[in-house]
Design a binder for this molecule. Structure first.
Ligand SMILES: Nc1ncnc2c1ncn2[C@@H]1O[C@H](COP(=O)(O)OP(=O)(O)OP(=O)(O)O)[C@@H](O)[C@H]1O
Ligand SMILES: Cc1cn([C@H]2C[C@H](O)[C@@H](COP(=O)(O)O)O2)c(=O)[nH]c1=O
Length: 210
């Protein structure tokens, strides 16, 4: 089960709430967040590039997308193992993040070249496990930006990065996410209203019925 959305949308908060609600219903839950900072060299290179390390690496849309994909490829066997031993595996960001951000950076839509390339690379070539469902935590880009900004002020080590400070990118990314969800890209999507707030207990109940 994948949770997707803009930077600051509240994905980590939803992952934690859903983990607790599913656990309270007796389900065993494992969670993983991408990029896997501190666990994979590819993820650490991403973080450094997003904070202006490694020269012009962050300017390369395909170069950055390749690093994210390699991070996930290194986690594929682990995800399969978690799927075998847990009722629910929650992934905070997955392949659709690469599709949405790369398309938004290149000013393409969900039918564009780079979204096809992400599928060919991550699904066809790397053989990443397909999710059963994807939850799009939908909030207006301005709300997500405000949450990310507030978090940067209150949490150490959470300074906003090159993508988080780019309002235009976040707006375009929101549009691509809507298109990916509408087309059922990679797996079925459920769109959640992240501004009104998500009822974790009710969502856990719905997900366990599937
Ligand atoms: N429903 C909500 N209402 C108000 N604030 C929220 C809500 N959900 C999360 N927040 C706050 O917004 C900030 C961003 O939330 P969170 O870290 O969960 O987002 P995220 O989507 O995981 O972000 P990123 O992708 O950038 O890591 C946090 O400070 C969090 O406490
Ligand atoms: C997994 C993944 C992420 N991104 C983008 C989305 C964010 O702006 C940054 C870092 O993610 P975080 O949740 O803020 O830590 O990277 C991406 O473009 N492609 C991906 O696969």
């Amino acid at each position: 089960m994948v949770i997707e959305g803009l930077d600051g949308a509240g994905k980590r908060t939803l992952t934690d709430g859903l983990t607790a609600a599913l656990g309270a219903k007796g389900a065993s839950v494992a969670s993983l967040a991408f990029p896997r900072y501190g666990e994979s060299v590819h993820a650490d290179l991403v973080r450094e590039a997003l904070h202006r390390g490694h020269g012009d690496l962050a300017d390369s849309v395909y170069g950055m997308a390749m690093l994210y994909a390699l991070d996930r490829s290194g986690a594929a066997d682990g995800i399969r193992a978690l799927r075998d031993t847990h009722d629910v595996v929650l992934l905070d960001r997955y392949v659709a993040s690469n599709a949405a951000y790369a398309a938004a950076r290149l000013r393409q839509d969900a039918a564009g070249e780079v979204v096809k390339w992400v599928w060919e690379l991550e699904v066809d070539r790397f053989g990443l496990p397909r999710p059963d469902a994807q939850l799009l935590l939908r909030v207006a880009p301005a709300v997500a930006a405000e949450r990310a900004e507030r978090r940067a002020e209150t949490e150490t080590g959470r300074e906003r990065d090159a993508f988080e400070t780019d309002d235009g990118l976040q707006r375009r990314c929101a549009a691509v996410y809507d298109e990916l969800a509408a087309s059922g890209w990679l797996a079925p999507w459920h769109v959640l209203d992240g501004v009104a707030g998500v009822d974790h207990e009710a969502l856990a109940k719905t997900l366990l019925r599937q």
